[in-house]
Every structure is written in structure tokens, then in C-alpha cells.
Design a protein around this ligand. Sequence first.
Ligand SMILES: [Zn+2]
Length: 155
Amino acid sequence: MSVERLRTSLHCPACGFRIAARTTVCENCGAVIPVAELAGSGVVSNAVATLLGRPLGSLSLLEIARILAWVPLLVGPPIAALAIIGLKVSQQPQRLHDRAWQGPALVAALNIALSLIVWHYAAQEIGAAATALWTHIDRLAPTALPAGPGKGVDI
Ligand SMILES: [Zn+2]
């Protein structure tokens, strides 16, 4: 589904400023257009407002990157944060020296590394647990399963 088709009007959902069809950030208020559109859908926005004390549509791209950078155990959000930061840094290379952008990038990189380590060990644990469970089931099987047809018994 294309972004253009999702967009019902070419106005910023947060402030109503006229925006170009392919714009992702409102020039007037700095709202992230896809996020602002999501904010209009209610349920997600209410959840974010409850968690952060602010409506989803009022968050800047940097704030969204900061939040995504901190989401633990899911590698996707910190990768999305790095993608946002990479995109913004490529647009304005001086952001690379800005601590406001360095922080979330570092958090996202550490989060990805830690999440991969946690998942690596979790996978080993799950594998060991599955093997133990299978051994247990295998040991129970001869007694738990009904006996096969008896040999030499005429019916
Ligand atoms: Zn706006």
C-alpha cells in the first residue's frame, strides 16, 4: 500500500499545514506524517499517550528514534531507530557531531547487540528445554501409551 493512497489529504494531520505528497516530516510543526496519521487512529495514540504522557502526533522524529532505540529484545525497533538516524545524518552530516543524535544511535547499537546476545542464549535455553521435555515424554511413553494388541490372545 503506497503512502500516497493512505494519505487522505495533503495537509499535516497535526497542524493542517500544506505538505508535499512524499513529505515524511511537516515543515511547519515537525510532526512525522506517518506517525501523525497513526495518531489519528486512536487506539495506538491512546496507548502512547498513556505511556509517554504525550500524544503520539506531537513527537519529533528524534524523539521517535530515541524511543525506538530503547525497545528491548526486539531487534526491529532499534534498527528502525538507526535507519531514521542514518537518514537524518545523511541529510545533515553535522548531526553526526550532535549529542542529541549520537545518544540514540549508541543506545540502538548497544540494544541490538544485547538483544542478539539475549536471543542467542534464549535460543540455547529453549533448545535445551525442548530436548529435556522430549526426553521426559520419551521416558513416559511406554507407560502412558496404551499397550499394543496382545500377542497370542484369541478373541
Ligand atoms: Zn504540521
